[in-house]
Design a protein. Structure first.
Length: 643
């Protein structure tokens, strides 16, 4: 895993220079501390800078930017192509390709030279982002892996096209345009992350997963052409028209074998590797398959909390003991959180508020002391229906559909008159026995009465700020995938939620969280369940192999029971929870109050000060738990303070 950045300028006055490229590369040295390189085109219209974290081919033969044998192409690349040895054999047989080293970068470059860009990336199994310069056509191509494991940002700033693995590399260029995208702030407050293609800056964008961007150097004013080569939506449509038609056991065998292959390929490295282990189904399954294919104990890493209801470390320790791994655990306390929070702004570049970023940052730093690569169990929830919110949403939808329309008409008529303060006044009148009856039940029902379809209900449920305009002034919120209407059949609803999360929450929250935290420690992370062959198989499986008995991940659990006894695993799913609610009332209180200072908020002119004050005081009193909306605000304020 590495990092890169670059510049493309049409005007000679904006020509690139190595000092600028060096500065951009220095800003992402954490992504690649082992080596660096710079390339500029003969006419100085284009420049690449690359930072290398050596995983495969530790020799100079893996140095980047790398030119093709015929010098037509130059590439700066970040990621891993797990089937690159297989691709090499194909290239040798078809084109008699010759090799200078054994890096996957060289394989990717030779494939592009022989097969072309899209045919090559379509053959690749792996995670990647790259920038490719074609000296013959004077064309720049940016590419990103199918699911979005590796990041890639781009945009035009004052006549210059900038691109790179992290926003901080683009910020290092003097042409950088720092104007804030207020619409993206609204999205961030709702979701805790900024969905692609948006970023916090008006002029910059995330390249969508599974896409290729092409830009002609002599025609920059015409803009970029962006085309998908793979998408979850297309893959799901193909799976629907050609579903898996074997027996239940054949389906389980196929899933196990495909995942085994993915794990085996992702264990290929010239450096030490291990795995994150929470003790849940997904991470335990990855660790089990790794250990089954290893001749010595693999390294596993767990994070725990001193707050009992959030602590899963004991479960992970029991799984590790059964599998026989070399296990390491760390415990995150209040002081650890206090120490990490100031580092989050520079780690994540733009406002990002998934609070599990704190333990992820700490466990990545601990793992890096022992290994250079760590595998994770991410994506099992999205592919096999593991989130409890899926079931909650369907239950709520069914209850709402059972209510007479007249009830919602009445609530809709009353809602403008009955705001949150009125509901809370009715709560007080109801007394302690019926605490929260009106605000939590009828108040929420009034809100839900405005949701006229299932996707709107799901969007409501995954929103931290249900209505960002309540707190953010002048916010026009962009449309996202979660705004799309879906049909009401139960099976389709589950499939839609999993598909929606796979295209939003997974790439823009989960994968961002892990990539930035790991890269801050110069640790490479790999996700076997994101092997696109496994994804396409999972999409083709019937829903009853994913969801059964009111819970998800049925198939994954059946596979795991072959390696880990059922009693070690059967417990309620808690997720990667973080006791932010406690921390905000304790060690993080002073930090939070400084960021939410009324005078500061008034000067900024972005937020409704009265709303912020109300949420903060209700949280401090213990009357309400507003940890999620408050954390989103705090992460934005912390980011803004550093600009």
């Amino acid at each position: 895993m590495c990092g890169f950045a670059g510049i493309l300028a049409e005007q000679q006055a904006l020509a690139v220079n190595t000092a600028l490229l060096q500065k951009m590369g220095d800003s992402i040295v954490h992504r690649g501390p082992d080596d660096h390189g710079i390339y500029t085109s003969p006419d100085n219209c284009l420049g690449f800078v690359h930072r290398r974290l050596a995983i495969l081919d530790l020799s100079e033969a893996g140095h980047q930017p790398m030119a093709s044998n015929d010098t037509r192409y130059v590439i700066a690349y970040n990621g891993e192509i797990y089937n690159h040895l297989e691709l090499r054999r194909e290239l040798e047989q078809q084109f008699d390709s010759q090799w200078r080293g054994h890096s996957d970068t060289e394989t990717l470059l030779e494939g592009i030279r022989c097969w072309g860009i899209e045919p090559t990336v379509s053959r690749c199994v792996g995670m990647f982002a790259f920038a490719l310069w074609d000296n013959t056509e004077r064309t720049l191509t940016l590419g990103r892996d199918r699911v979005g494991e590796k990041p890639l940002y781009y945009g035009f700033c004052n006549g210059v096209f900038l691109f790179g693995s992290e926003l901080k590399a683009l910020k290092a260029h003097p042409a950088f345009d720092s104007r804030i995208n207020i619409a993206a702030v609204a999205l961030m407050l709702r979701h805790k992350y900024i969905p692609a293609p948006h970023t916090i800056y008006q002029q910059l964008f995330k390249l969508l997963p599974g896409s290729l961007l092409t830009l002609q150097a002599d025609k920059l004013q015409q803009g970029a052409d962006i085309q998908p080569y793979w998408s979850f939506t297309t893959a799901a449509a193909k799976a629907s028209s050609n579903p898996f038609n074997g027996t239940e056991q054949e389906a389980l065998d196929a899933a196990e074998n495909q995942l085994k292959q993915a794990v085996s390929e992702q264990m290929l490295a010239d450096v030490p590797l291990g795995a994150f282990l929470s003790g849940g189904t997904d991470s335990s399954l990855i660790a089990a398959l790794m250990q089954a294919q290893s001749t010595k104990p693999i390294r596993t890493f767990t994070v725990g909390f001193n707050v009992p209801e959030y602590n899963e470390a004991e479960h992970a320790k029991a799984v590790a003991a059964h599998l026989g791994t070399d296990h390491t655990e760390i415990y995150v306390g209040e002081q650890d959180a206090l120490n990490v929070v100031p580092k989050l702004v520079t780690t994540y570049d733009e406002p990002f508020a998934d609070s599990s970023q704190i333990p992820t940052y700490l466990i990545a730093a601990e793992a890096r002391k022992h290994v250079t690569v760590a595998l994770s169990g991410d994506a099992g929830d999205e592919l096999f229906g593991g989130y409890s919110r899926y079931f909650d949403c369907v239950r709520k939808a069914d209850k709402l559909s059972a209510l007479p329309q007249a009830f919602f008409s009445l609530l809709g008529w009353c809602q403008p008159l009955l705001n949150a303060d009125v509901w809370q006044q009715l709560d007080r009148m109801a007394g302690q026995t019926h605490r929260g009856l009106f605000s939590n039940t009828f108040g929420r029902a009034a809100d839900l009465s405005q949701l006229n379809d299932f996707s709107a209900l799901y969007r409501y449920m995954v929103s931290d700020w249900k209505h960002p305009s309540d707190v953010l002034m002048s916010a026009a919120e962009p449309t996202t995938l979660l705004n799309l209407k879906v049909i009401a059949e139960s099976e389709e609803r589950f499939n839609w939620m999993m598909l929606a999360d796979s295209q939003t929450y997974l790439p823009d929250d989960v994968l961002v969280k892990v990539d930035r935290a790991a890269m801050a420690a110069s640790l490479e992370t790999r996700v076997p369940m994101l092997d696109h062959r496994f994804i396409e198989l999972a999409l083709a499986l019937p829903l009853n192999l994913k969801i059964r008995g009111g819970t998800g991940k049925w198939a994954l659990k059946q596979i795991l029971y072959k390696y880990v006894p059922k009693p070690l695993l059967d417990r309620p799913k808690t997720g990667f929870g973080v006791p932010v609610d406690h921390w905000l009332r304790g060690p993080l209180r002073d930090w939070a109050e400084a960021l939410l200072d009324e005078h500061k908020l008034s000067q900024q002119g972005l937020f409704n000060v009265a709303t912020v004050k109300k949420y903060w005081h209700e949280h401090l009193s213990g009357g309400r738990n507003w940890q999620y909306p408050l954390w989103n605000l705090l992460m934005f304020q912390s980011w803004l303070q550093e600009q």
